[in-house]
Design a protein around this ligand. Sequence first.
Ligand code: FE2
Length: 281
Amino acid sequence: MPSVRQLQQVIRAQKTSDGAGVSLFRSIGSSQGRVDPFLMLDEFSTENPNDYIAGFPAHPHRGFETVTYMIEGHMLHEDHLGNKGHLRSGDVQWMTAGRGIIHSEMPQQEQGAMRGFQLWINLPAAEKMKPAGYRDIPSHDIPVCQSEDGRWVKVIAGDYEGLQGPIQGVSTQPLFIDVKLAAGMVFEHALPVDHTAMVYVFEGELAPSASLSQALPLKHAAVFGEGERLHLQACAQGARFLVLAAKPLREPVVQHGPFVMNTREEIEQAINDYQSGRLAA
Ligand code: FE2
């Protein structure tokens, strides 16, 4: 096994829409394949209010976790448990749907840019029916590592160079970091050898490097094979990207929209529970 992780797959984000008509770029997701334990990664990035104003009215989830990272903008989350959270620029919302949550995610702005991400992380079979949980993490509680030569890393989950992200104790041990590199700068990070690892570029571009046999343009994800570390380099215009890593579950996945379980019977149960009002009881 090589010590430096090697590129395994490049995924170009597809333009799609979800919710009540929110325009999105989906890189991993049901039609493009999943990267265990990651089920979906959506980027929303627009200055046109028509692309986001309709938002995501009340809808259910069961069986996984959703992480929303707002780069720029203002959204309001409300759920059946009575949680209410304003998500502003730089903030994160970590929601464990568990056995069931019904929530809405609605823009609180009528103009201006809205940029950010939603990542879905699967839960192991043993935790799919645990009680729902919800955390708002304001930007000022998220540590940032900044070097004078132009490297900026925000640590949302997992550890990076001695900094601990605010999200700990998740059984898939996710790493979720936002990395900005100045022109030509190198990024190296050690990861558990058998954890899934991927990056998603949302500003600039990554140049070919020890882990990337080809350049990785804007709105493209790269999935890497097993290995001890990632080695990436920004191109001449610099780059900004998410690095996502986690322990794969290696369990069967059966998905029906916002329900992600292990068997068809469990999906039927989720639909029945939702229709009869028991999902979020
Ligand atoms: Fe949702």
